[in-house]
Design a protein around this ligand. Structure first.
Ligand code: NAD
Length: 333
């Protein structure tokens, strides 16, 4: 097993080493290939992600990713979008359910939902034009892209409540009525029941009634935005992991960004990154280790060993060390 390790920028450089130390606590025989990629590299060398970086990544089985800074500069192309496209990581799986003992900002409802976000097209297709007085971003929704994301959502639903919610804005956007129709067809064919929500109403419901939903399937930009809403009601961005899955490769990363406001202070919450390692373990078929990791995280939170975003005073390293120690104890049982 060959793992590309990409810390990226800002707090990515803090949470990724923390996550790796937790992975190391399991003692897997895994070759780790560290790579410098991102805005910092662009500032230093003029290139954020080289073709050679890409071929090294393609020589690995999967990627553990920290976070990157993507400046609002039309001359800069997001490296993450390029990696997702070139590795064809079409399914972005983002689970949200509040962890025990985490104070929630809106309500204390128990919920467990998964956002399945199309990850290679939509508004992030890269089809853009910037003129003096007008700018265009073309939203590309293909049958192939919609079918395979609907299939991914249905496959997840089959292991849960056998139901998906198709999230769209089909009342306004033709591309979304196309997406919705393809999703309906896939769900019918596979035998998964479905309902539908307009994306604006979905954002509202995630805040007020998240317990009504299980698996949501949606397009790229909508999934991106809804994820941050779901993160807020789940206790914060510092807790939410994700998996980017394709047919050949996979990439695991927290859903948060490089958090320049807290970068360099050693206080970023590493749990989102650590739970991304858990998703990687599940992808590898290591269910026992994934379960141990979750128990170790829960127990550390229960003991109040948390970073300032959760009201604690522990450092990134303090939290990850406590989780690693817990794993070493739990492994022996
Ligand atoms: P962000 O996710 O970096 O931060 C939003 C807020 O959440 C900030 O207040 C930050 O301090 C807090 N936060 C995020 N992660 C945290 C953690 N682990 N622990 C504690 N607090 C945490 O979003 P942003 O500020 O809008 O974006 C910053 C940069 O990150 C931008 O350049 C953006 O393009 C990039 N970005 C990258 C990714 C990615 O790498 N996948 C995702 C989103 C944003």
């Amino acid at each position: 097993m060959k793992l590309a390790v990409i810390p990226g920028d800002g707090i990515g450089k803090e949470v990724l080493p923390a996550a790796l130390s937790v992975l190391d606590a399991f003692g897997f025989d895994m070759e780790q290939i560290p790579l410098e990629i991102g805005y910092g590299k662009w500032e230093r060398t003029g290139n954020a992600l080289t073709d050679e970086d890409m071929s090294i990544i393609k020589d690995c089985d999967c990627v553990l990713f920290g976070a990157i800074t993507t400046p609002p500069d039309p001359n800069y192309t997001s490296v993450l979008l390029r990696i997702r496209k070139e590795l064809d990581l079409y399914a972005n799986i983002r689970p949200f359910s509040p962890l025990a003992n985490v104070k929630l900002p809106c309500n204390n409802k128990v919920f467990d939902l998964v956002i399945v976000r199309e990850n290679t097209e939509g508004m992030y297709s890269g089809v853009e034009e910037l003129h003096k007085d007008v700018a265009y971003t073309t939203r590309v929704i293909t049958r192939k892209g919609s079918e395979r994301i609907a299939q991914s959502a249905c496959a997840i639903a089959k292991k849960r409540k056998n139901q998906i919610t198709i999230v769209h804005k089909a009342n306004v956007l033709k591309s979304d009525s196309f997406f919705r129709d393809v999703c309906r067809g896939v769900a019918n064919r596979i035998g998964v029941s479905f309902n539908e929500m307009l994306v604006d109403a979905m954002a509202y419901d995630i805040v007020l009634r998240p317990e009504r939903y299980d698996v949501l399937v949606t397009t790229n930009l909508f999934g991106d935005i809804l994820s941050d809403v779901a993160a807020a009601v789940s206790g914060g961005l510092g807790l939410c992991p994700s998996a980017n899955i394709g047919d050949r490769y996979a990439l695991f990363e927290p859903i948060h960004g490089s958090a320049p406001d807290i970068a360099g202070k050693g206080i970023a919450n590493p749990i989102a990154s650590i739970l991304s390692v858990r998703m990687m373990l599940q992808w590898m078929g290591c269910e026992t280790e994934a379960e141990i990791l979750k128990k170790a995280v829960d127990s550390v939170i229960a003991r109040g060993i948390v970073t300032p975003d959760l009201g604690g005073s522990y450092s990134t390293k303090g939290v990850s060390e406590a989780i690693s120690k817990n794993i070493s104890v739990l492994k022996t049982y």
